[in-house]
Design a protein around this ligand. Structure first.
Ligand SMILES: [Zn+2]
Length: 140
């Protein structure tokens, strides 16, 4: 029953939600690289160093772009790249408190942009907009 409730909550929350999980929503805090902006990225064991979506510069430049587009600035997020099967029914997921963006390596670009908008909305308003009502989702 507890599992069913969790599944229902996840579906209702779309691709963003909060969790009372400890240890970074169960993912832990270890990272492979931290960029100059403070963005922390874990790509292992999903990717290898040198893979395109293992490049911290990619996420930092995309985060800059999304901040400019939305007009919202926030501290650089923690990002974890996983395999698609680790995020069933989602290409990405944003967790609130502490902020965590998880993207699957197959659609990392669009997933990161989308989840970064959830993060920026959550950071600036306290509402991550799970129903995607903000025009920023289509604009950015
Ligand atoms: Zn979403």
């Amino acid at each position: 029953m507890r599992t069913l409730t969790l599944v229902v909550l996840l579906v209702m929350a779309g691709c963003g939600g909060s969790s009372d999980d400890t240890n970074n929503h169960g993912y832990g805090y270890q990272f492979d690289v931290m960029g100059t902006s403070g963005l922390q990225l874990r790509y292992s064991p999903t990717l290898n160093a040198g893979d395109y979506y293992a490049d911290i510069a990619f996420y930092e430049s995309e985060f800059e772009r999304v901040q400019a587009c939305t007009g919202i600035s926030a501290p650089a997020p923690f990002v974890i790249v996983v395999k698609p099967e680790q995020l069933p029914d989602h290409g990405g997921y944003y967790y609130s408190g502490p902020a965590l963006i998880v993207v699957d390596d197959f659609i990392a670009l669009s997933a990161f942009r989308h989840e970064a908008i959830h993060y920026l909305l959550d950071y600036s308003t306290g509402d991550l907009d799970p129903g995607h009502l903000s025009p920023l989702f289509s604009r950015c």
